[in-house]
Design a protein around this ligand. Structure first.
Ligand code: HEC
Length: 390
């Protein structure tokens, strides 16, 4: 593709994406809010969450929310422990609401978890969820509502138990495929550690590299840690501080390594905008220990997006647009800017396997940097095995 084409349709594309997002962000009432509850259970008859739990849930889930004994319930499906904050806090109310309305199978859980959509009003279900929330008494754990959809380039603030395989391919010039395998593990209420293994396959350029043919390799492996500094469900915001050490493990002769240790501190911020809209920001620097091999670099990344659900209790579709700026810190005016429109979708019914596809369009320096097709597959392994939850 001629890079000039990109700059020609870039304004239309970003304009269209922004329009979609703004329409989405505008307070369109969700089905959740407008759909009338069953007539026989009006607001007037709503009971307290504790009373609903006692009469409809405690036989299986136990009065303390830890799950009644197997001998008592008469089945051997493991009951969740709602007092376990590590499990309970990461589930957003929307998922629990879907499960309570429609029963376990709506998120590929066991049918022993009955549907209460007919027996309880929407207000009672909301109230019982609030009651279930009281079983985890430790508010150090950030809530799953702050776990905004992951963009392709921008890292998020929420700590995860996730495996992510990302890949990107040039759409012009020599073929170059590059990606990362990222392994993330939560530590305690607010921490996360991760390992990043980059890989690439590239058509060698005959003019600059006499060898021709193909180069492939594993790049500089990185280890990182993240910590949530601030989170608030009320204000829908989360702020984290993170750092990575990028080690010179890659083969620099083929361009897959920088032959220096690089420290990369960054901050990540997520802000909900109501009606499932969100903004995410990340800013960081890359500081090499050997300056001859790499220079101090900096970047800023912005994501604007919104989640739409297919039907009232269905899967998620999250269109996002990222603006990414990066370059040498000494010369910030010359930063390269890219724009990445993208779409994240849930693949599994449980929502723990997701995919995202987008295009990276150079805004500045379009003649030096190619348009790229980007994407990832992610698996939140805490929520179930790869073969579960479909
Ligand atoms: C007949 C037994 C039974 C009753 C009654 C029951 N549940 Fe459940 N519930 C289960 C089982 C079993 C599971 C776990 C299913 C699985 O893991 O596959 C479950 C799972 C859940 C989950 C999903 C937890 C997760 O993994 O994210 C929620 C939320 C829940 N129940 C809430 C309730 C509420 C609220 C009530 C009362 C309105 C209720 N349940 C009544 C058996 C029951």
């Amino acid at each position: 593709m001629d890079p000039r084409d990109v700059s020609r349709w870039f304004p239309y594309l970003t304009g269209a994406a922004t329009a979609v997002l703004l329409v989405g962000l505008h307070d369109v009432p969700r089905a959740e809010a407008t759909e009338p509850g069953p007539v026989h259970a009006s607001r007037a008859s709503a009971r307290s969450g504790a009373a609903v739990f006692e009469s409809s849930c405690a036989t299986c889930h136990g009065a303390d929310g830890r799950g009644a004994a197997q001998s008592q319930v008469g089945f051997d499906v493991t009951l969740p422990d709602f007092s376990d904050c590590s499990f309970a806090t990461r589930e957003p109310n929307s998922d629990w609401s879907a499960i309570i309305h429609k029963g376990g199978p709506v998120r590929a859980f066991d049918e022993k978890m009955p549907a209460f959509g007919e027996a309880l009003s929407d207000d009672e279900i909301q109230a019982v969820i609030e009651h279930v929330r009281t079983f985890c008494a430790d508010d150090a754990w950030p809530r799953g509502e702050l776990n905004f959809p992951r963009a392709i380039v921008t890292e998020k603030a929420f700590p995860e138990d996730e495996v992510l395989l990302s890949t990107g391919s040039t759409l012009e010039g020599n073929v170059e495929i590059a990606g990362k395998l990222i392994l993330e593990k939560r530590v305690g209420a607010r921490g996360q550690v991760e390992a990043v293994i980059p890989y690439g396959v590239r058509q060698r350029d005959r003019e600059t590299d006499g060898r021709g043919g193909w180069a492939e390799g594993v790049g500089d492996i990185a280890f990182g840690a993240k910590y949530v500094l601030f989170d608030s469900l009320a204000s829908q915001s989360i702020l984290s501080l993170a750092g990575e050490a990028i080690l010179p493990t890659g083969d620099e002769s083929d361009g897959y390594g920088k032959d220096t240790v690089i420290f990369e501190p960054f901050v990540a911020y997520g802000q909900g905008l109501g009606s499932l809209g969100f903004v995410q920001l990340q800013a960081g620097t890359e500081l090499p220990t050997k300056y001859a091999n790499a220079s101090n670099e900096g970047y800023g990344r912005l994501v604007l997006g919104r989640t739409f659900t297919t039907g009232r209790f269905g899967g998620d579709l999250s269109p996002m647009i990222e603006l990414v700026a990066a370059g040498e810190l000494d010369n910030m005016a010359a930063f390269d800017w890219d724009c990445v429109p993208e779409l994240q979708i849930t693949l599994s019914r449980r929502g723990h396997v997701r995919a995202n596809v987008g295009v990276s369009l150079p805004v500045t320096g379009a003649s030096e940097r190619p348009t790229e097709l980007l994407g990832y597959l992610l698996w939140d392994w805490f929520d179930g095995g790869l073969d579960e939850g479909w």
